[in-house]
Design a binder for this molecule. Structure first.
Ligand SMILES: Cc1cc2nc3c(=O)[nH]c(=O)nc-3n(C[C@H](O)[C@H](O)[C@H](O)COP(=O)(O)O)c2cc1C
Length: 389
């Protein structure tokens, strides 16, 4: 594939620390619920992520990788809590890089949203029926003993010792991700998982130094950032995904996000990945959202902190993605479900926006034919091109 030198904002190159992406498009982390034995990745993950890199994004993130066995959401999630898992992730990082995208890994502890069924089995806490089918529940932890949803498992509030060990596990997982060849890291602090459960006053009613006012509720998120920054190579960037608002009365607010983002920036976090929601019924993916519904969060965080930001959420049109970058509302634009629908979305966006009208950045096995297909659309129908069988 050729490199593109473009004046179309979405297709300008972007740097973070020592790495540079070929464009501003990111494949958002997406759980596949396809782990093999011992939470190892399978051929599915390799094919899925390699295909997305072929599709032309500048940065491709893996799904959330659990930093502890109990920090998985489901039995079908991949982990990075041991070296065998990191070893198995190496070919994935290599395959993403081979096709020109930066390989990124996301780290998670699912907290009180751990020990659940995969979405298509109901997405409830695991129960005796699941245990009988070989998927037993396990005890969950969180900031406080408040279940994520009605009828879900009640988590145990984390002790100080557990907090320290979990920070350490995030840091060790970061080191393993670097050893596996990933060049960008994303810490999952959003969507109601462990870190978010400490941030939101709706999930955190602790009376120790990890609860109470904003300083207390931010403490764990910041300690994770410090621990990871210390282990992750200093020349490589870290993204931090936040739920910028809970969208619930008494919940986490955008004002608080701005304060937290500044503190994360001071601890060496490079990009604030601006998502939202995930507590209770307020799912980040609830139906009825507008295209680009989370852009106002990245816009404000970027403006008020001076940090680079990423936006995500129902960005389906190339023109919208381009306009977000052109107007300075985000530095990086992530796409999720649209890339499941069309893994070549970034390559197509480049054609559509005029950044690559001749398909020069497509793999030649595709691009050579497609450019001629376009020419034949413009000339007389039915004319044979050379080499066409
Ligand atoms: C199948 C699926 C799995 C997801 N898994 C993750 C995940 O592992 N980590 C994460 O931060 N977000 C996850 N998300 C949220 C997406 O990264 C993204 O933020 C969300 O889908 C909104 O973007 P979209 O409208 O372009 O899909 C997932 C979404 C989907 C559809």
């Amino acid at each position: 594939m050729s490199e593109l030198s473009s004046s179309v904002p979405l297709f300008t190159r972007v740097r973070a620390r020592s790495v540079e992406a070929r464009n501003r498009i990111v494949i958002s982390p997406m759980q596949q619920y396809m782990a093999g034995k011992d939470a190892l990745p399978t051929g599915w993950h390799l094919n899925h992520l390699e295909r997305l890199s072929i599709g032309g994004a500048g940065l491709v993130f893996t799904e959330a990788l659990a930093v502890e066995k109990d920090g998985r959401a489901t039995h079908a999630d991949i982990g990075i809590w041991n070296d065998a898992q990191a070893e198995a992730l190496k070919p994935i990082a290599e395959a993403i890089g081979r096709h020109g995208a930066l390989p990124g890994a996301q780290l998670i502890h699912a907290g009180r949203k751990a020990s659940v069924q995969v979405p298509w089995d109901g997405y409830q806490s695991l129960n005796a029926g699941d245990a009988a089918r070989g998927n037993p529940p396990w005890p969950t932890v969180a900031a406080s003993a408040i279940p994520a949803n009605e009828g879900w498992q009640v988590p145990a509030p984390m002790t100080h010792d557990q907090i320290r060990r979990t920070c350490d596990n995030f840091a060790k997982a970061a080191r393993r991700a670097a050893n596996a060849g990933f060049q960008v890291l994303n810490i999952h602090g959003a969507h109601g998982y462990l870190i978010h459960s400490f941030l939101s006053p709706l999930a955190n009613v602790r009376t120790d130094e990890y609860g109470g006012d904003l300083t207390g509720r931010m403490r764990f998120a910041l300690e994770v950032a410090e621990a990871v920054r210390a282990e992750w190579p200093s020349h490589l960037p870290i993204f931090y995904r936040l739920s910028c608002v809970d969208d619930l009365t008494g919940g986490w607010t955008l004002d608080e996000t701005v304060v937290l983002a500044r503190e994360l920036g001071a601890r060496g976090i490079d990009v604030i990945d601006c998502s939202s929601r995930g507590l209770g019924e307020r799912g980040t993916l609830a139906p009825g959202r507008e295209p680009g519904y989370q852009v106002p969060y990245s816009e404000r965080v970027r403006r008020e902190t001076g940090l680079n930001t990423m936006t995500v959420g129902l960005i389906r049109e190339a023109t919208l993605a381009n306009e977000i970058v052109a107007s300075g509302r985000a530095d990086w634009v992530a796409i999720g479900r649209e890339s499941l629908y069309n893994p070549h979305w970034p390559l197509q966006a480049a054609v559509e926006l005029g950044a690559d009208p001749e398909y020069k950045t497509w793999p030649p096995s595709y691009g050579w034919w497609l450019s001629r297909r376009d020419r034949s659309k413009r000339t007389s129908p039915g004319k044979k091109s050379p080499g066409q069988g």
